[in-house]
Design a binder for this molecule. Structure first.
Ligand code: SF4
Length: 217
């Protein structure tokens, strides 16, 4: 068989799609990051009618090319919460205003086999937007985010995603040295707010694109 790994995940992601749909998420399957971008730009964005768009920090969002396309776009009103060149007060205000946009784009730390999204934030701006506020939420998820259940999802996040993110962000936390979580009390601690999104309410508010590639942390 050609490309057995892609084939394996194609079958598995189709099952995850069914589980997410049974939990009222709208779900799209993408073979690649650029395919995910096409689906977002040609199908999801037009269907929402979104004019005001923002996002949370996400390596997957950047990898799809959506970040570059949207931040340079004049077709939408963009609230760029990734631009660290703006003064701190404006940066914080943009993150607050992002809670009221038409469409909020984000990654996810984990997707369970039962069709739930599991996330852990430092400030809560990303999980806050997933939970409530933006009219529509677009979640981009690489196949590496799939976990058997909630226990595995939380283990993955605390002992892989969070330490790796702390390293990426040059945080001064113990996990940067040890690679695993030590439940720190560091001022730089990035693990403060959990969300488990068991279902999308209203139905279809959260759209998930499952991507048949390893993307993000
Ligand atoms: S709680 Fe602290 S040590 Fe644990 S993963 Fe988060 S930042 Fe690292």
């Amino acid at each position: 068989m050609d490309k057995p790994i892609e084939n394996y995940w194609r079958i598995r992601l189709a099952e995850i799609k069914k589980a997410l749909e049974s939990n009222n998420f709208e779900v799209h399957l993408a073979e690649t990051a650029s395919d995910a971008k096409r689906i977002a730009m040609e199908e999801i964005l037009p269907a929402t009618g979104a004019r005001r768009i923002s996002w949370g920090g996400s390596m997957t969002f950047t990898a799809t090319g959506l970040y570059k396309t949207l931040k340079d776009s004049t077709d939408f009103e963009i609230l760029d919460t990734s631009d660290k060149t703006v003064p701190p007060e404006e940066f914080a205000e943009r993150r607050r205003q992002a809670l009221l946009v038409d469409l909020f784009i984000t990654g996810t730390n984990a997707v369970t086999e039962s069709g739930a999204l599991v996330n852990l934030d430092m400030q809560g701006n990303r999980v806050g937007a997933i939970a409530y506020g933006p009219k529509h939420v677009l979640v981009l998820a690489g196949r590496n985010k799939i976990c058997d259940d909630l226990d595995e999802a939380m283990m993955r996040i605390k002992n892989y995603a969070a330490p790796a993110n702390a390293m990426r962000l040059d945080k001064k936390t113990p996990c940067v040295k040890t690679s695993y979580c030590e439940e720190c009390s560091s001022p730089d601690r990035i693990c403060n707010v959990w969300t488990i999104t068991e279902k999308s309410f209203p139905k279809g508010r959260i759209k998930v694109v499952l991507i048949n590639e390893d993307l993000g942390l």
